[in-house]
Ligand binder design. Structure first.
Ligand SMILES: O=C(O)CCC(=O)C(=O)O
Ligand SMILES: [Fe+2]
Length: 373
């Protein structure tokens, strides 16, 4: 798996040291450090259910069978309107997903002092810790995570001295499958916009993205005594090119629909959530949009997820594809590398895409950076 050595340099202040020695699921009340009071500045979809103009085709994230002949068209529609869909019949063996889920259970069930031995170092990428975006929020999130970029061997040897090969193999296989699926989905999605392999120079001669990078976030959202006052991961967009998310059968992921309401991505057994990320929005000149999303937590159900972040080589130049720029669709974004983009994102967070935008959007959407409420 390709590594991303210094790209997250700017996120170095990750507060892993602030994790307590106590498991989150042992709290009977939410400590003040994790009490968001009103985590959600947007109404939830259910709060809006009395609004009559919400037609039924807009109320749930599209579920697409990738084996169907019209899958490309459905993907194109989903990514234009939602920026996200759930994929079934995606070709990743269920055994790969099951093995990953058992790894997650084994990992997060370890006692916290043991997990902390594999904590991400201040200038490292890999290891146990909080979400990197935690620094942008005033309160701590009800979650713990483990990042894998390249080999997890060093940390897995600490966690599982006798079994680390078994767990490393699971990661390696998952990485291979996700990378293959990302390549497939990217071409189906770009093909719908008339984009070919020649248009994306970092795709390589066979279009199989030999130099792309993959980073995995293994996430756990423990049960929470008061889910309405807590947040698993705060609102954000992903900074890579495309994200594939696996979730266990506990719900929590929500995407922001039309800047107005949260829609829960209900778990579907064996499905993978496919999400546009910021660099794909740039490459498609805004035709596919990187959705704001967050994860809420549950009172009686632990939630597990794996986010696979697929990205270009860190120094490859990403710019809107020329054939998508014309008088009615003016150039919206400048050329950036992933490395440059991440530096900006570490400073401006959710304001990054609007701040680099070259033409003003017709209407400004809600201010998701306002955490004061
Ligand atoms: O766990 C989830 O559902 C979301 C995770 C996520 O958004 C992320 O890791 O960027
Ligand atoms: Fe995300």
């Amino acid at each position: 798996m390709a590594t991303i050595p210094k790209m997250i340099e700017a996120y170095k202040t990750d507060p892993v040291h602030a994790l307590t020695n106590k498991n989150l699921d042992s709290f009977e009340q939410i400590p003040d450090t994790h009490d968001w009071v009103q985590p959600n500045s947007f109404p939830s979809f259910t709060d809006q259910s009395n609004i009559s103009d919400l037609s039924s085709d807009t109320d749930s994230v599209p579920l697409i069978d990738l084996s169907l002949p019209n899958a490309p068209k459905l993907i194109g529609n989903a990514l234009r309107t939602w920026g996200v869909f759930q994929a079934i019949n995606h070709g990743v063996p269920i055994s790969v997903l099951n093995s990953m889920e058992s790894l997650l259970n084994d990992l997060f069930d370890l006692p916290t002092p043991q997990k902390l031995k594999a904590a991400r170092s201040r200038d490292g990428v890999n290891g146990y810790g909080r979400f990197r975006i935690s620094t942008f929020f005033p309160k701590s999130m009800w979650s713990e995570g483990f990042t894998v970029s390249g080999s997890p061997l060093e940390h897995f040897q600490i966690l599982w001295p006798h079994d680390c090969t078994k767990y490393c193999d699971i990661i390696e296989e998952y990485d291979r499958e996700m990378k293959g699926l990302c390549g497939r989905v990217v071409w189906l999605a770009l093909g719908e916009l008339g984009i070919t392999r020649e248009d994306v120079n970092w795709a390589g001669p066979n279009g199989d993205f030999p130099t792309s990078s993959g980073v995995m976030n293994l996430n756990s959202y423990p049960v929470c005594p008061d889910p309405d006052r807590a947040m698993g991961i705060g609102v954000h967009t992903d900074s890579c090119f495309l994200t594939l998310l696996y979730q266990n059968n506990a719900s929590g992921l929500q995407v922001l629909r039309e800047g107005k309401r949260w829609v829960t991505v209900d778990p579907v057994p064996g499905a993978l959530v496919v999400q546009v990320a910021d660099l794909l929005q740039i490459l498609t000149n805004g035709l596919y949009s990187s959705p704001f999303h967050q994860a809420v937590v549950n009172r009686d159900r632990k939630r597990l997820s794996v986010a696979y972040f697929f990205g270009p080589p860190v120094h490859a130049e990403i710019s809107p594809i020329k054939k998508l720029v014309n008088p009615t669709q003016p150039l919206l974004y400048p050329t950036v590398t992933w490395a440059e983009y991440l530096c900006k994102k570490a400073e401006l967070f959710n304001d990054t895409l609007p701040s680099i935008r070259l033409s003003t959007p017709p209407t400004e959407s809600s201010d998701v950076n306002d955490h004061s409420q």
